[in-house]
Design a protein. Structure first.
Length: 368
């Protein structure tokens, strides 16, 4: 860079900030915001030449913060930094006019290339394939598709097919957030099992008439996560869309330094089932992020424990994921939760701390 510039790094990780600041040391003055609130305050008080924005922040989604920055500072160059290669997510950021995109982990050369491109007025964006849609609906009625589309926001995508065979073909090369299937179709139950295996994070809905028990039976068996009734009732349909697609939803986990903490779990069974699926996905992503940030000890804080039947499966998932990444999993737990962990063979060898302070001191002692 020919002259010093000022860079804002918006990322909850101090380690990530330090990595970026080190690369530009001597060429740029770097500032750090760990939250969206801090980023807004800094932008209001200082002029920045570019922003590196992480997609996941403790208090706001990266997408929502970008919308706010775009409305107040339309010419401010923003590069999105993410450990999640989700095509739909990246395309949403691109739709708001970002100048660059970096996928974690990235090296010094990639970071400098993006920064130089921005200084020289060049974009550094990936090419997007059309491999994602929000909703897959399988229903024989073309009218059903038309009615549902009237409730969708403009940016939401809907793919509709009339047969299970067509649905089987499309889920092999497209990723979906939600599938809605007419539960009376032949092979509907088999397809739901297949799509859950192929796309583990998909949310499944049965589409059925109010006086037919098939949809209720499917939910009782655990084949679906919820029911959408025909004919559509506006209040119910809007509630379903808000539940699945509201960007204001709280994150299922929080990652702070090397701690992973669960958010509160819903009490209602169907909502809990959907939430747990999101927890499993978010936790795996969070552990990968911590490993990329060079944490070799990861602490799962069970102060707010999952439902009892989910404690051991989630710990086992975290333990296996951490081990695969070369990190050690430790726990913060007490009472019945600690007893359950200590008396189960698969988890009894894990180190359990009574508090976050105790865990931090132990990890610091290990590192010394």
């Amino acid at each position: 860079m020919s002259s010093p510039v000022t860079i804002l790094v918006v990322d909850s990780s101090s380690v990530q900030y330090q990595l970026i600041a080190r690369v530009f040391s001597g060429d740029a003055e770097s500032r750090h915001a760990k939250t969206g609130v801090e980023a807004v305050e800094l932008c209001a008080n200082e002029d920045f030449d570019m922003v590196f924005l992480d997609t996941e922040l403790p208090d706001i989604t990266g997408l929502k913060l970008l919308r706010r920055l775009r409305s107040q500072y339309p010419s401010l160059p923003v590069t999105v930094v993410s450990s999640n290669p989700n095509v739909k997510m990246v395309s949403q950021f691109m739709g708001l006019g970002i100048e660059g995109y970096l996928h974690k982990p990235f090296d010094d050369a990639q970071l400098r290339q993006v920064a130089h491109g921005i200084i020289n007025g060049q974009s550094s964006l990936p090419s997007m394939r059309t491999g994602y849609a929000d909703i897959l609906m399988i229903d024989r009625s073309a009218r059903t598709e038309g009615v549902l589309r009237t409730f969708l926001r403009n940016e939401m995508t809907l793919e509709c097919v009339a047969t299970v065979e067509a649905a089987r073909a499309i889920v092999k090369h497209r990723e979906f957030r939600v599938v809605i299937i007419d539960i009376e179709l032949d092979d509907a139950s088999t397809f739901l099992t297949e799509v859950s295996s192929l796309q583990p994070n998909i949310t499944r809905y049965a589409l059925g008439l109010r006086d037919v028990s098939l949809a209720q039976q499917a939910r009782s068996r655990g084949s679906v996560d919820g029911i959408v009734y025909k004919p559509f009732e506006e209040r119910e349909l809007r509630a379903f869309l808000h539940e699945e697609f509201s960007i204001a939803q709280a994150a299922p986990i929080e990652v702070e330094e090397n701690f992973v903490t669960f958010a509160s779990f819903p009490s209602e069974r169907d909502a809990r089932s959907r939430h747990i699926r999101k927890v499993r996905s978010a936790m795996a992503d969070g552990l990968r992020t911590l490993a990329r940030d060079c944490y070799d000890s990861i602490i799962l804080d069970l102060t707010t424990p999952p439902p009892r039947e989910e404690i051991l499966p989630l710990i086992t998932l975290a333990h296996r994921t951490a081990a695969r990444l070369g990190a050690r999993l430790q726990l913060v737990a007490g009472g019945d939760t600690a007893t359950l962990i200590q008396t189960t063979s698969d988890t009894s060898s894990l180190i359990i701390h009574g508090s976050r302070t105790e865990a931090s001191d132990y990890v610091a002692m290990e590192s010394s």
